[in-house]
Each structure stands twice: as C-alpha cells, then as structure tokens.
Write a protein that binds this ligand. Structure first.
Ligand SMILES: *Cc1c(COP(=O)(O)O)cnc(C)c1O
Length: 391
C-alpha cells in the first residue's frame, strides 16, 4: 500500500531537494541568474528543450520550494508565486481574459481587488458584475454569454459570510466559466477549494501563509495548463514574480500553518463566545457560532472556523472608536493573518470610501469592529477588550 503523506508532513517535507552541501533547512538562492555548462546547454534552456534555471524572474529554486509546498497543500497540480496577493489576481486576469470578457464577482472582496475590477480592467474592455456571495440566484442571473470567471472570497471580510464553493463551481462549469477562490482567510489548512470543484485558488501569502507579518507575497494554484503555462507565462513576462527571500519566509511559514490555523480558530471561538454574551455587544459575526446563519455550511466546507471575527458594539462609531482606543495590546491596523491580534473599524478604514447606502446594504454599520485574533494568550486579548466594553 502506498502511504499518502498527511498535510503536516507535506507542509514540512515537500518541495526541497538537498543541494550538494546537504543542508538541513531550505537555503535561500539569492541570485538573479544561473550559469550554463556550455553554449549548447544555454541554447537548449532558452529554447525550452531542457528544463532548468535561467533567470530568477522565470524560476528560482527557493521560490520553487514555496510553490511546490503550497501546491501540495492545496491539492493542485501547479503553483506560481507572485510579488503580492494583488499581483496574483492581476496576473491571473491578464492570463485568462481579453477585451470583451466579463467577470461575476462577490461584492464582499478585498478592497484592491474591487479597484482592479472596477477601475483598471474596464480600460482593457473587461467588465465585472458584483453580486451577494450568499445568493446563488444572483450569481446565476449575472452570468452572460461572455462571462469567463466567477470570483469569490469565502468567508468574507469583515462579516464572515460564506459562499457554497461546490454550488458555485457547478454553476461556473455549466456556463463554461472558471471558479476562482481567494483562500486567504481559511488557507488550505481549513478549506481546500480545488477539492470542492474550484478551478483556481489565489493567495495573499502576506497573511496566514507567512503568518507573522513579515513579508508581502502571493500565489495562484491550479492545473498545469492554466497555472503552469498561461499564468506562469504572464508572471515571467510582466515581472510580477516573488523575491526568493520572501518565498523562503512564506515556505517556512507553511511548516506551522496547520498548527497556527487550529490555534487561531480556537482563540477566535473563545473570543466570539465571550462577545456573544456581553450586554454591550449587539451582534457577533463568526462562522463558529451556532447563531451564524451559515454555521452548517461552515461545518461542512471548512475544517475549522478561522481567526477573523467582527461584532457590533452598542453606541455606533463613538463606542467602536472608544473600544479600539481603550486597547493597550491589540494593534490598530487593518492587516490580518498575524500572530499579533489586530483591531480595526471597517466603516472608517477598509470600507471608508464606500457610499453610506452601499455600506448599509453590506452591513458595515458604524458600531462594527473587526478583530483578526492572534496567538497571544486569549485571556489577555479578552482583558484588553473588556476595558473598552466597560467591564
Ligand atoms: C490582503 C489580501 C489580498 C491582497 O494581498 P496583498 O498581498 O496585500 O497584495 C487579497 N485578498 C485578500 C482576502 C486579502 O486579505
């Protein structure tokens, strides 16, 4: 019987082939180019007749460790690493779309992805329709004959709403479209979109893959044909490649991904339960709570519920800002996916430029506070918030 390595074994052991130095930890190949044995080998490499490194904008051994490791964890054939999460999404669009094409996207996606879809892609003749991620009939109604991509982030930020990935994949394939899932919030430790039928997974390695807030990076995972050829072709040409150092940090982050995601989830669950019973908290958004409208879907689709939650404090903006300013340990920053807990007021930061009507429709109320729960002792996180909640 062939024993298939488990998730943690792949996270720790896959991707690295020891060099002649027999190093134990993966080395960083800080080199822009690679040399050839002779002129004939140079010619064969450039012609694509012989595999091997040429230049670090194309391939680099340290970057390859990260790519192979992430591909193994997502259960994909191929991975291409990029300079950032946004470079991953932009490269994917450049590789797969042309003038006249159309995207259907969840409305609740990362702010810069919205800007890419609304401001920049239309210049190249590519339009996007935005829908409510939880309403399959809206996705269905928005699909046109020229739709090529369905794009979703699940759970969403900051309200932790879920899309049913298997259902969206079936819809995409019935219309000859690709389903792209931004898997930042769950990571492959908690959710594997490709196994649910998605065609491509995109990542901001800046978040949980690194997990300690040290680098900016990204990646796309999927089939050899789409990722290994089409998207790789754009990245090596456009230069949206990751630096070997950043790839190294992200690949070392993957080694502890499962441990960290399990711990982030356990801490967030504890904090969500504390907030849920607090008299000054009107509502808590966290998929791990039974009161979450999609708790059953979250149980089915995810291995755990993740590290991000949001809640509505009684008293609107004044109370939300008061709570944020009363913290002494939590970091006031919009970033997430770090061992350090972060706290933010979506209505005046990440969603600050969204019109009041759209904010109201989207549930981004003035009393809403988002926390990306880190790995400090959870009782210290609770104590830091309790001060602002008047406990
Ligand atoms: C941060 C983030 C991105 C963009 O990633 P960068 O590395 O900042 O370019 C995309 N999607 C989600 C869900 C994110 O949180």
């Amino acid at each position: 019987m062939i024993n298939q390595p488990g998730f943690d074994t792949l996270a720790i052991r896959s991707g690295h082939t020891r060099s002649a130095e027999l190093e134990h930890s993966e080395p960083i190949f800080a080199t822009s180019s690679f040399v050839f044995e002779n002129a004939a080998q140079a010619a064969a490499r450039f012609a694509g007749d012989e595999a091997g490194n040429i230049y670090s904008r194309f391939t680099n051994p340290t970057t390859r460790v990260f790519e192979q490791r992430l591909a193994a964890l997502e259960g994909g054939e191929c991975c291409v690493a990029t300079a950032s999460g946004m470079a991953a999404i932009t490269s994917l669009c450049l590789a797969l779309l042309e003038a006249g094409d159309h995207i259907v996207s969840s409305r609740s996606i990362f702010g810069s992805t919205t800007t890419l879809f609304e401001k920049y892609l239309p210049r190249f003749g590519i339009q996007t329709a935005f829908v409510d991620l939880t309403r399959i009939e809206q996705w269905q109604a928005a699909i046109q004959p020229n739709t090529r991509i369905l794009f979703v982030e699940t759970p969403s930020n900051p309200l932790t709403e879920l899309a049913d990935i298997a259902e969206l994949a079936a819809l995409a394939h019935a219309h000859d479209c690709l389903l792209v899932v931004d898997n930042c919030f769950c990571t492959p430790a908690l959710q594997r979109p490709l196994s649910l039928g998605a065609d491509l997974v995109v990542h901001s390695a800046t978040k949980y893959l690194d997990g300690q807030g040290r680098i900016v990076g990204g990646a796309v995972v999927g089939s050899r044909e789409i990722v290994g050829e089409a998207i790789f072709g754009v990245v090596r040409t456009a230069g949206s490649c990751i630096s070997p150092f950043n790839a190294w940090v992200a690949s070392k982050g993957l080694e502890t991904l499962n441990l960290r995601m399990t711990a982030h989830s356990r801490q967030a669950q504890r904090l969500a339960e504390y907030l849920q019973q607090h008299p000054r908290v009107e509502k808590v958004h966290y998929p791990g709570l039974e009161a979450h409208p999609q708790h059953a879907l979250a149980r089915r689709q995810q291995a755990d519920f993740g590290g991000v939650l949001s809640f509505v404090v009684e008293g609107g903006r004044e109370a939300a800002w008061g709570l944020i300013d009363a913290t002494r340990m939590l970091s006031i920053t919009a970033n997430l996916g770090d061992v350090k807990s972060t706290i933010t007021h979506p209505a005046s930061t990440t969603h600050g430029r969204v019109s009041d009507t759209l904010k109201a429709e989207a549930g981004i109320v003035e009393g809403l506070v988002r926390i990306a729960v880190g790995l400090e002792d959870v009782e210290d996180i609770i104590a830091d918030l309790a001060r602002g909640l008047g406990d």
